[in-house]
Design a protein around this ligand. Structure first.
Ligand SMILES: [Zn+2]
Ligand SMILES: [Zn+2]
Ligand SMILES: [Zn+2]
Ligand SMILES: [Zn+2]
Ligand SMILES: [Zn+2]
Length: 393
């Protein structure tokens, strides 16, 4: 029997009533995640999504198996083992190329510490320094557990919520043994599904992770550009680090598929106007969309595309025309007038001598906030890190 996400979620909730782990069965509603490899993995059970009459469904048997497996997991909170979280790396694009729960947990800690340091405007201090409680910066355990509470993908791994389960021994991070074993079973399962989803179903060529996933009426399939009917080559990044002005006339962008959508024939070599480097071939529609600031930044793959400029990549920044939007969005999210809980509206008033002055207003109050060049650079780096992190789930 096929179940709607709503019934599937209700069944998992029902079966796991007595499960000791904090769970996130609502991940079954995030059907956009099925783009990755057509499954949502709960615990160590993969639930395949089936698209049926334009709606996503799950197989009743798999849903129940996942629920039972979690319900029967013998979690003993006195039987703790070391979690072996890796050291944090600021920027590691390879990291997102595989499923890795330990790295994920570590990056959440730094993400929370970083945002706290921004909120409290501790710009000079190093938020990466590990405190007595094992967390970076001045982060408390409660703050870590609560941080980004509105973003499910920053809280769940394998349909479980690990943040609150961690405890610090004074030297190591600990987790219940049965839970570590569960995540260690989840990891190769998820990785294997992701790798299988790289194989073109037409010709069996292996593509980059996620890139060839194509929506159809029956769900997602993996099709390389030739098999999907295109006759143009896909761009493999051979002009990375090449200046746009040094391109020869003979290098035609329209020999390639658009680097961003991978579907249409490109018409221009997109390049960074701040640093001059080629980012890749774009089709007309993606190129127009890129002019749209934040809306473009919200699109999957857009930040990675902008980082194709070797100048932006080396500095972990974005072209300057995106800066105001990133800062404005951050201020609206974090600034409040005293105890007023209204989200203010922010506008850039002035940009002189490296200081950007923003004016914020809620219903009655109006105030200004200055953002220095180094704050702006930090915000950009945080924005990039978050964009890269959310790409993963
Ligand atoms: Zn193919
Ligand atoms: Zn395109
Ligand atoms: Zn130009
Ligand atoms: Zn650039
Ligand atoms: Zn107010």
């Amino acid at each position: 029997m096929l179940l709607s996400p709503k019934s599937a979620c209700a069944i998992v909730k029902d079966l796991t009533q007595n499960c000791a782990l904090p769970l996130a069965p609502e991940v079954l509603f995030r059907t956009q995640l099925l783009r990755h490899h057509s499954h949502i993995v709960i615990g160590d059970v993969a639930l395949r999504g089936y698209k049926h009459k334009a709606r996503w469904t799950y197989d009743d048997r798999e849903v129940r198996r996942a629920g039972h497996a979690l319900a029967e997991l013998p979690v003993d909170f006195d039987d703790l083992v070391e979690a072996h979280l890796p050291e944090y790396r600021d920027h590691d694009p390879q990291a997102w190329e595989r499923s890795d729960w330990r790295r994920q947990l570590r990056s959440w800690m730094y993400d929370a510490a970083f945002h706290k340091s921004l909120r409290e405007r501790r710009y000079g201090e190093d938020y990466r320094k590990i405190g007595k409680n094992g967390l970076p910066g001045t982060l408390t355990m409660d703050e870590f557990v609560q941080a980004r509470n509105d973003m499910l993908h920053m809280h769940h791994i394998a349909g479980t919520k690990p943040r609150g389960l961690l405890s610090w021994s004074g030297e190591h991070w600990l987790l219940p043994r049965a839970y570590v074993e569960l995540l260690d079973r989840w990891e190769p399962l998820d990785d294997d599904l992701a790798n299988r989803a790289r194989i073109c179903s037409g010709c069996s060529t292996q593509g980059p992770r996620w890139a060839w996933r194509t929506p159809t009426t029956n769900g997602y399939v993996t099709l390389c550009p030739p098999c999907s009917g295109a006759t143009y080559q896909s761009y493999e990044g051979h002009l990375h680090g090449v200046l746009y002005d040094s391109l020869r006339r003979t290098m035609r962008a329209d020999d390639y598929l658009c680097r961003l959508c991978g579907q249409s024939r490109a018409f221009t070599w997109d390049h960074c106007h701040d640093h001059g480097y080629v980012r890749g071939p774009l089709c007309a529609s993606c190129n127009t969309f890129e002019g749209k600031g934040v809306r473009f930044l919200e699109r999957t793959g857009s930040v990675l595309h902008l980082l194709e400029c070797s100048g932006c990549q080396a500095r972990q920044t974005l072209p300057s025309r995106f800066h105001t939007e990133v800062i404005r969005a951050h201020l609206e999210q974090t600034e409040r007038h005293g105890r007023c809980c209204n989200r203010p509206h922010a506008e850039e008033l002035d940009h002189a001598h490296g200081i950007r002055r923003f004016v914020l207003h809620c219903h009655q109050n109006r105030w200004t906030r200055d953002v220095t060049t180094s704050e702006a650079a930090d915000l950009l780096r945080a924005f990039i890190a978050t964009a890269l992190a959310s790409r993963w789930t």
